[in-house]
Design a protein around this ligand. Structure first.
Ligand code: NAG
Ligand code: NAG
Length: 228
């Protein structure tokens, strides 16, 4: 056999192996939907950098939509390395994504890079259910459906630098949605716990909130909800 046909064969085998891997990891059980409070993120040691479009509105931003496993709560990643992130497939969503899914990382990163990264790392693991366009649209719809900031404000949990019992935001969300959320805090330079991320789980249709099988929870008894 010629060398070129041998390497062709081995490539074929590698491709078959990869597509098998793909199929097996796409059997996820639910989505983990994560929102981030920019006021806490920006108050961390690393600080934040606003996107080119300027300071985002004082609202939660989308941090991620992750296909996840029931069994161990982990999320599969990079399920289709042959997928290509294609900006023109989400052109009708860009404006909405700029507002709701900006990157606040430093040094400043083009938002497209963040969306491409999220698609390749997480989105490809739900490719069997959601196209590239629908993956991003699903995240935007979930954010609107949850309407988290309004929900919290309506119940008196406001981003005003005050401290609250951790049970306060958790029970507001549980009362409003029927499901207890996960909550992740960061610690500012003064050692205060601040509400950084809120985790909700969503069924595989991508439209109904469900109870998370396990909950992130690293916050202390008192949490600050910083201004932004
Ligand atoms: C979690 O469960 C999935 C599905 O069974 C499995 O593929 C994956 O390897 C598990 N991960 C860990 C860290 O146990
Ligand atoms: C990107 O998507 C557009 C619209 O669906 C399509 O016309 C174009 O061929 C795609 N580009 C690549 C590189 O796949």
């Amino acid at each position: 056999m010629k060398l070129s046909s041998i390497s062709f064969l081995s490539k074929l085998l590698i491709l078959q192996y990869l597509s098998f891997q793909c199929l097996s990891t796409q059997d996820f059980h639910f989505f983990t939907f994560i929102l981030q409070w920019p006021g806490s993120y920006c108050d961390s040691k690393l600080g934040c950098c606003y996107p080119k479009t300027g300071k985002p509105a004082a609202d939660f931003t989308i941090y991620g939509l992750r296909p996840s496993f029931n069994i161990n709560g982990t999320s599969p990643t990079n399920c289709d390395i042959q997928s290509v992130f294609n900006k023109s497939k989400i052109s009708d969503l860009i404006e909405d994504l700029e507002i709701n899914w900006p990157s606040l990382r430093c040094p400043r990163l083009n938002n497209i890079k963040i969306w491409s990264h999220e698609w390749m790392k997480h989105g490809t693991c739900s490719e069997s259910k959601l196209s590239q366009h629908d993956y991003f649209q699903t995240a935007l719809k979930l954010k609107k459906k949850l309407n988290l900031l309004q929900m919290l404000k309506d119940a008196g949990f406001e981003p005003n630098d005050q401290f609250y019992d951790i049970g306060n935001p958790l029970s507001i969300i549980e009362d409003a949605t029927g499901f207890l959320p996960g909550m992740e805090c960061n610690r500012d330079s003064a050692g205060n716990d601040q509400v950084l991320k809120v985790y909700m789980c969503v069924d595989i249709s991508g439209s109904n909130f469900i109870q998370c099988p396990s909950l992130v929870d690293n916050c202390g008894a008192k949490v600050q909800f910083p201004k932004f």
